[in-house]
Write a new protein. Structure first.
Length: 252
């Protein structure tokens, strides 16, 4: 491929439609809601270009712009794919400040996290509210990352309740600032044996978990992890934790 040709390749734009279902996906689609404004005014899409439609439940459709008028865009069917999750990672995170919550949501969507549990801990914020803005942040991250799956949101969850829920996962980890002799090592054979297993990461809010909470999480069967890093913000800690698990999954 010539250099100038390489740089003129244009990525397909994506939109999210909750009511996009496989039974009707092979029909023409009329876009006349806020997605119309996004495609015409922001993206400035042209006739003949292709668009991806995602429903957040694993369905991906590819369509070509057939018609653009002053009120709607008509998309014609090209292909569709029913996708499968590539991993089964969930996050139990102490409720953080509003700005950090929004970053947590974006990061989790982009990383393909299956479920996010917002947990009430000793040092967590008390004013958590899953607002329409939070839903919009999730949808935007889904579109930008072309993630096929929207994460499940469970909130708020009492700490004691989350301890019980953690038993349903095949393995769990808690990020600790100093593990000392508490951490448990996992060799590649152990990791490979759990490739398709469900995994939960406990991530503390600003201030982390209390000593008592860390002890209770460990007693519930979680492995304590430390990466010898400076103190991490909650959204950053989530990215590090998921990266650790994804690196484990590629070991053969």
């Amino acid at each position: 491929m010539e250099l100038d040709t390489f740089f003129t390749v244009k990525a397909m734009r994506a939109i999210y439609r909750n009511n996009f279902e496989v039974e009707a996906c092979q029909q023409d689609i009329d876009i006349h809601d806020e997605n119309y404004h996004h495609l015409t005014k922001v993206v400035r899409i042209q006739k003949g270009e292709k668009v991806i439609i995602l429903n957040g439940r694993g369905l991906k459709g590819v369509y070509q712009v057939k018609l653009i008028d002053k009120k709607s865009i008509i998309l014609s069917y090209v292909s569709h794919l029913e996708c499968q999750r590539q991993h089964n990672i969930s996050i139990a995170v102490g409720v953080t400040k509003k700005a950090a919550v929004e970053e947590v949501l974006s990061n989790c969507v982009e990383l393909g996290v299956k479920s996010i549990y917002f947990v009430e801990t000793e040092f967590s914020q008390r004013d958590f509210n899953f607002s329409p803005r939070a839903q919009k942040i999730i949808e935007t991250a889904l579109i930008q990352s072309n993630n096929y799956f929207m994460p499940g949101i469970v909130s708020p969850v009492k700490f004691e309740e989350m301890l019980q829920l953690s038993n349903q996962f095949d393995r769990s980890y808690v990020l600790c600032s100093d593990v000392g002799n508490r951490s448990q090592s996992m060799d590649s054979k152990t990791i490979c044996a759990h490739k398709n297993a469900s995994c939960l990461f406990w991530i503390g809010p600003e201030g982390g978990f209390s000593i008592s909470e860390e002890k209770q999480i460990e007693n519930s069967g979680a492995t304590c992890l430390s990466f010898s890093l400076p103190i991490l913000r909650t959204p950053t800690a989530i990215s590090v934790a998921v990266g650790y698990e994804l690196a484990s999954l590629i070991l053969k």
